[in-house]
Design a protein around this ligand. Sequence first.
Ligand SMILES: C[S@@+](CC[C@H](N)C(=O)[O-])C[C@H]1O[C@@H](n2cnc3c(N)ncnc32)[C@H](O)[C@@H]1O
Ligand code: SF4
Length: 389
Amino acid sequence: MSDPWGKMQGVRPVKPLYRWLDAGLSLPEALAKMRATYGVSEAKLALLREVAQFEYPFLASLSPRTVSVYVGIPFCPSRCLYCSFPSHSLRELGQERRRFVSSLLAEIEAVGRQVKQAGFFVDSVYVGGGTPTALPAKDLGQILQALRQALPQPWQELTVEAGRPETLTEEHIAELVEAGVGRISINPQTKQQKTLDLIGRPHSAADIEAAVIRTRGSFATLNMDLILGLPQEGLSEVQASLEWVLGLGPENITLHMFSPKRASRFTAEQDSWQGMLPSAELAARMVEVASQSLRQAGYHPYYLYRQRNILGGQENVGWTLPGHACRYNMIMISERQHIIGLGGGAASKFLNADGTLVALSNPKDARVYMERLDELIAKKTRLLAERSI
Ligand SMILES: C[S@@+](CC[C@H](N)C(=O)[O-])C[C@H]1O[C@@H](n2cnc3c(N)ncnc32)[C@H](O)[C@@H]1O
Ligand code: SF4
């Protein structure tokens, strides 16, 4: 089977497309160039067309005076089979957890001051990880209040990931509501208990349902992540998971394609997983069938990206019901606004006038992050000051 994205190596297929649109090409002309330059398949050109029609006008409307902010909480209750994150479980960090939170509060305060001084407004704030709700509710509440105080208001969007349902308590929900969170993520990945056990997620489909019921009505947008192509799953498992998620009625569904990280347990034990993944043909069929169900249910694709080791050369796609597209996801993938990363493992991207960017990553190891905090604050302060409005 030929690669659906042809010769394209980059993980952000929209970037060359949008550059051609910026240069004045029409969408059909820019898509024809994607076909000619990379050999992108007709199916992926159709997907790109749909995403671009929605996303490009939004991106073009962004003011150069705005930034978005990502906050990284580099902890999870345990590490999933395919993931290389996080560097610590909270238990291992022990007493130092409070020191991490204090460091993050200091970074928020210092960088927030510079955002104001440099004359920027804030578009979107995204608290991810890791699993932000792995922190005690009080810690998370303190971080959210610090963000509200330090960064200029109003914001267009505030998302907090609560990926693992077992971490989301009533106290967490109360703190998120108090901070004005509008979008949360509760991520099943699959409905199948045998797969959840296999990938090391100690929650059940019933835990997901309970978390959804507890949060409904408190947040305008619920996102749920699924992974296609998980070990030992076929088309019927994927269809069952998707039908079940659709029944829970989230406004956003993000379809990921399995793509084991280099430093994950899956990669380390690769030999024992031989033969358990779907073929490229089956992966393509999963995408096709899932996309069809999502369309029928009224969702449309609004952003996409790829990973280096992605199964069958496919992609990850964010789907949304009308009026619920996540601004931060579109901004982050398209790299069309300064992104300020705070906390463990957070990536910052500062745009240059010529369209290039300066990338800066906070260490994901909480101890290294704490040691290097002053230097990280100084660098971000300088990069913001150089871009003062
Ligand atoms: C950066 S993760 C953070 C979400 C959260 N920690 C969780 O796991 O629920 C965002 C999403 O990427 C997907 N993901 C993570 N690692 C992946 C992998 N190796 N292959 C495919 N999808 C992956 C999962 O759907 C996950 O929910
Ligand atoms: S997939 Fe999510 S919950 Fe699992 S280890 Fe990675 S970041 Fe943590």
